[in-house]
Design a protein around this ligand. Structure first.
Ligand code: ATP
Ligand code: ZN
Length: 297
């Protein structure tokens, strides 16, 4: 660990399900970077921030040992390692990032005798998430054996290695293909921003604040639409009821047209053609919808 460093380091998955969305998030926060020749590092060109490209499982540990200050990792990986962690410098979960959604779920073979969670008592559950599985079993008051497997967990029941599994699911297609079905959700997961408990310098602490502010602005602006229109003043209440607006719209008067207003509303991504058609029926004109690229509250 370098004892003094002025550049913030952010660890993200090098390749895999979180890699692309993680880099897209960094770009949306305004970071432009150049790749190192060994493809392990991205040098921030416009901000004092560098990106480490690593395996997702290594991210909490890199933060704990002081090699990086921020990381993007699935809550499933973070929470599993947090439960196993020793020492007091384990990173903290700071924000959910809205991508990489999946769940850690308990699943059992189709057509078997296992119909409810209580039926798991005394049985073997295969998983790559022994800590989270054991904690959930404790919470449910069930005594069962947790069998640690580091891959192909879904075939464990057919191989006779376990009676049930606890594994990541998103669409459920893998379970279906392996004649398994879900019995319970153990953890809801998505990509999260994790933050080191310690920082190497005041400059890095500053960068973290600035960067997190931009991430928040990116998260709240993401998917937002700005709606602009003109309408008869008498239709205003009906228009406001119709809009998926995030906050009170701005309403302006129009020069020389006392019966009309101009309106600007920040709306959610769900604002669609149907909304626009209904607005038109209410008398709105000059309708315009713009995607919001940046927002700072
Ligand atoms: P690495 O090589 O970095 O160790 P990996 O094989 O462990 O990669 P991926 O399969 O790329 O990891 O998954 C990364 C994360 O994506 C998971 O930890 C989880 O948070 C999330 N994820 C989203 N949907 C799924 C899914 N259907 N199955 C597995 N992970 C998913
Ligand atoms: Zn991994």
């Amino acid at each position: 660990m370098s004892d003094h460093r002025d550049r913030l380091r952010v660890a993200v998955q090098k390749s895999g399900r979180l890699a692309q969305d993680s880099l897209a998030l960094l770009r949306r926060a305004g970071l432009a970077f150049r790749e190192s020749r060994d493809r392990l590092f991205l040098y921030g060109e416009n901000l004092p921030i560098d990106v480490l490209l690593v395996r997702d499982d290594d991210i909490p540990g890199l933060l704990q040992e002081g090699s990086c200050e921020l990381g993007i990792v699935g809550r499933n990986v973070y929470a599993e390692q947090a439960l196993a962690a020793t020492g007091d410098a384990f990173p903290l979960e700071s924000r959910a990032l809205g991508f990489g959604h999946c769940r850690l779920a308990l699943a059992v073979p189709d057509g078997g005798a296992l119909a409810s969670v209580a039926d798991l008592a005394g049985l073997r559950i295969a998983t790559s998430y022994p800590q989270l599985t054991a904690r959930w079993l404790r919470e449910q008051g069930i005594h069962a054996e947790v069998v640690l497997l580091n891959g192909s967990v879904e075939i464990a029941p057919r191989l006779g290695k376990a009676d049930a599994i606890c594994d990541l699911v998103s669409s459920g297609a893998t379970l279906l293909a392996n004649q398994l079905h879900e019995l319970a959700t153990v953890l809801r997961s998505e990509a999260v921003l994790v933050r080191a408990a310690q920082v190497p310098s005041a400059a890095v602490a500053n960068q973290i604040e600035r960067f997190c502010g931009r991430i928040d602005a990116g998260l709240s602006g993401h998917g937002a639409r700005l709606l602009m229109l003109q309408a008869p003043r008498s239709a205003l209440a009906a228009i406001e009821r119709l809009l998926p607006a995030r906050e009170q719209p701005s309403v302006l008067g129009l020069d020389g047209r006392p019966d009309d207003i101009a309106l600007q509303a920040l709306c959610d991504a769900q604002l669609d053609w149907q909304h626009l058609e209904e607005l038109k029926r209410l008398g709105a004109r000059a309708l315009m919808v713009l995607n919001v690229e940046r927002m700072l509250a």
